[in-house]
Design a binder for this molecule. Structure first.
Ligand code: SF4
Length: 460
């Protein structure tokens, strides 16, 4: 009984979060920066912060994550980190030779008021940034928002810096990808290519955090959105922004800066959200949907239909990131399941309306909560009050799943105790089939493990 102190009775809490359903902003900023080719993330704060951000990503992706730090000491904590960042940038370009350094702030540097654009301007005027190299700043104080906010802030920083308008439009779409796995980013590109379109996907962590073992170490792997691609985004026809929380700010920035209109879509997780993504590609790319895409959709519909009796009416609790939860919840409801509890630690008033739209009145008993007070303790209390058949969330859910003996599907960030999430996509129609495979696997395992012998079936 790992969480034996969790009670079904709820007491009023105002300033206490227990087991938050989020992590800190710079983790997201670092992940986003790794999706740009030749970019070295830099954490402007203490070594401890940077070590945590790197290890959180390394443990999830099972890949080395390179990042630099301003290595604050007691002195810089009091007098400011300017000197550390100036020295740091000089050393980074001399030793590691990145194309871009993406600097994000931390709780400490934000609290003491370090002005990143001013310090970077000083570094440039003092010749510490070689010609042709780039340093971009993103403000990511971790006492507000979550890792999702950090991702959004870093994505906006890239968009503020690189895209340019030449006045001539090019036959290209921009896709601002929310926080998804490297395999998902690869899958987005595959879908775009099947539709016969050209697109710049920003960021793109495929071939960065899922690189093949070749025996040769590359400080900057082959993948990632390139600088010319980012620059060209200012001349694209249109931007499709995937995920309200991760990409709206960047899409708005790009529209204001380069007059590239954007449309918001959910991440294409599940049937309906993928349908909307395909429709957006068809509409803004002015193409028709090829048969191979229709066939993939048909296969997902076939699996949903074949397995409906195992899915129908199952009560599900979910926690994690809002851009995942909205389409995932809709997918579960589309499959006849009942997403009854949904919790996200990422704040944002738009979450509940988006969830209500996704559920469309199909689960009137659903409890939805997000923000600082929306923690896993609350989720556990709800589960204790009225149980669920399935729990979906990151690795931290395993304590609840074990204590309550609930089938558990790992989904989201971080996943620290399994592999596969970074190699197999969960976006698109194929991703929908994989999600169902995982869900059905744990539901059927529970039936096999607990049903009476008379009901123990070879064929299910
Ligand atoms: S929450 Fe703040 S202090 Fe803690 S690791 Fe993140 S940036 Fe550093």
């Amino acid at each position: 009984m790992l969480l034996r102190h969790t009670t079904a009775t709820e007491y009023k809490r105002e300033a206490l979060t227990i087991n938050p359903a989020k992590t800190c902003q710079p983790v997201g900023a670092m992940y986003c920066a790794l999706g740009v080719h030749g970019c070295l993330p830099h954490s402007h704060g203490s070594q401890g912060c940077c070590s945590y951000h790197r290890s959180a990503l390394t443990r999830h992706y099972k890949e080395p994550v390179m990042a630099a730090t301003s290595s604050f000491t007691e002195g810089s904590s009091v007098f400011g980190g300017q000197a550390n960042l100036l020295t740091g940038l000089e050393n980074i370009f001399t030793i590691y030779d990145p194309e871009i350094v993406a600097v994000h702030s931390t709780c400490l540097s934000e609290t003491i008021g370090d002005d990143l654009p001013q310090i970077i301007g000083k570094a440039r005027s003092e010749g510490k940034i070689p010609l042709g190299k780039h340093v971009i700043p993103a403000s990511t104080p971790s006492y507000v928002g979550s890792h999702v906010t950090g991702y959004a802030n870093m994505l906006k920083a890239f968009v503020s810096y690189f895209p340019e308008t030449t006045g001539t439009k090019i036959d290209q779409l921009n896709i601002l990808s929310g926080w998804v796995e490297p395999a998902d980013m690869r899958e987005l590109k595959r879908i775009v290519s099947m539709m016969g379109l050209n697109a710049v996907v920003l960021p793109d962590t495929s071939d960065v955090l899922d690189t093949p073992m070749t025996g040769k170490y590359k400080m900057y792997p082959d993948g990632g959105t390139t600088i010319p691609d980012m620059v060209s985004m200012g001349d694209s026809w249109h931007t499709i922004a995937l995920g309200e929380f991760c990409t709206r700010d960047a899409a708005t920035e790009l529209e204001n800066k380069c007059k590239v209109k954007f449309s918001m879509r959910e991440l294409p997780i599940g049937l309906s959200a993928t349908d909307r993504f395909i429709k957006a590609l068809r509409r803004y790319g002015k193409v028709s949907v090829p048969k191979e895409v229709e066939d993939e959709r048909g296969r997902l519909v076939d699996v949903i239909t074949d397995m409906h009796q195992y899915l129908y009416g199952k009560r599900v609790a979910l926690f994690g990131d809002p851009d995942h939860l909205v389409p995932l919840t809709q997918f579960l409801a589309d499959c006849g399941m009942k997403p009854v509890y949904v919790v996200s630690g990422t704040p944002g008033k738009i979450f509940t309306p988006l969830m209500e739209k996704a559920l469309n009145g199909r689960v009137p008993e659903a409890k939805i909560m997000n923000g600082e007070r929306a923690d896993m303790f609350q989720l556990h209390q709800w589960i204790k009050q009225e149980g669920v058949d399935l729990l979906i969330g990151n690795t931290y859910g395993k304590y609840i799943a074990r204590d309550e003996n609930i089938p558990f599907v790992r989904y989201g960030f971080p996943i620290l105790d399994r592999i596969g999430h970074s190699y197999f996509p969960s976006v698109g129609y194929l991703g929908g089939i994989r999600l169902l495979e995982k869900i059905l696997g744990v539901l059927m395992d529970k039936i096999d493990a607990t049903c009476p012998e008379s009901k123990f079936e070879l064929v299910m």
